[in-house]
Design a protein. Sequence first.
Length: 508
Amino acid sequence: MRGVIVINFGGQYAHLIARRIRDLGIYAEILPYIMAEKEQIEKLNPTAIILSGGPSSVYEPGAPSVGDWIFDLDIPILGICYGFQLIAKKLGGHIVKSRGEYGPTKVKILEKKGIFDGWDEEEIVWMSHSDHISKVPQELSVTALSENGYVAAFRHRKKEIYGVQFHPEVKHTPKGQILLKNFALSISKSERNWSTEAILSTILEELRREVKDCKSILSAVSGGIDSTVATVLVNKVAGDRLTSIFVNHGLLRKNEPEEVLKTLKEMSINPIYVDASDKFLSSLRGVTSCEEKRKIIGELFIKVFIEALEGKEFDCFVQGTLYPDIIESGREPGADRIKSHHNVAGLPEWLEAKVIEPLKFLYKDEVRRIAAELGLPKKLVERHPFPGPGLAVRVIGEVTEEKLRIVREASSIVEEVLREEGLYNEVWQAFAVVGDDKWVGVKGDARVDGYIVTVRIVESEDAMTAGWYRIPYHVLEKISKRITSIIPEVTMVTYSITTKPPSTIEPC
Ligand code: XMP
């Protein structure tokens, strides 16, 4: 499909650019800069190119770059942050370290047309840079200045080449989407070709090619939307070459194993069911490090699969990996690793099977739309995301039977109350967390050394950033009361009010 190519220089929010373009109904694809060869780009035949931000400085030796041929492609180019500085440097400009600009910044627009069509003379944008252009090359004309006097935007005098120092892709640049629309629709004349049906048919087409050589495919379903959709899709193209398996690792939510099996059955997926709770829980005994927990769970999953298959070999393995998982696991060249999400970075090295990830370029909301298109049950489509390592990442410190019981019950109460209050679908995720900290309480006439449960309810678009949900007090009170009255070991309930970043959504 023809669309916009985003050349990724490893910026945390680079993927958001593609997402915003897709929000305009235009296909957008991300290409790591090391794959951005001339032949590759010509083959993809994009309608426009966007050069993303990135953590490097353009003047560092070996800094990520692209060839100069990019300027001769005769399609519109937009550089954002690092991409903006890279264009300036390539055309002969100077980039130096500056005081830096972070967060909301005022800019003065000098030319209210082109990418700035629809912008006012003074606007707020989101900046995040510590280098600036100290000498603008001849071929470029400055179109915006920041309140600190730095070049905030430019355009090429003769070609359709633009650059912005700020991030139009983040919501904190209120008119960012207008800018991207101006660039992708008016300037580059891309077609509006990215619909749910189009996504689905592109994925199926790609999947057919990918599984062509697979003799036997294994899919591990968790009952969550990602692995279920991935399995249903592979089932469509691979038929009886696919075996699915559902492992209960003992770290699932309340009643989850029964519900998952029921839902899968309704969708004509009959997985091999393995209850390996004891194995997982004993392997986690004494383990307190988050990364270690993830690695143990990831490895054990594969061992359990192999055991359950009783000698039946598989050469392809399906994963419901989403695009944010890939970014956060540092699989994109240049990106820093944040957490090893077990379904990507935690796969053991000895696993030789080819990994099939049909959803790896999609965001959760796109997967939800596909799930609805495929006719999957509403309950599954709307279900909150749940991490592969399950409650193990919601227990801080060692995973004990007691803490697991507390977190399972408390999380179920959080979800239950939100459903009662009609708020469940308003939020991205809602759950409880427990650690080892205690709080003295009085229950009946006795003093109790009870656990502290933290309730975390977040709003997010794609889990890359998240805000804490401004929950009405009466709902919070209902949650708190129900937790302390139903779970005897809990004496204190707290509410998490930290955004991501600086925090992450899960505690571990
Ligand atoms: P964090 O905690 O990194 O989470 O802000 C972002 C999103 O990813 C989910 N998550 C995971 N999913 N394996 C998964 O499959 C994991 O190890 C994992 N850790 C976090 C999390 O629930 C949130 O939606």
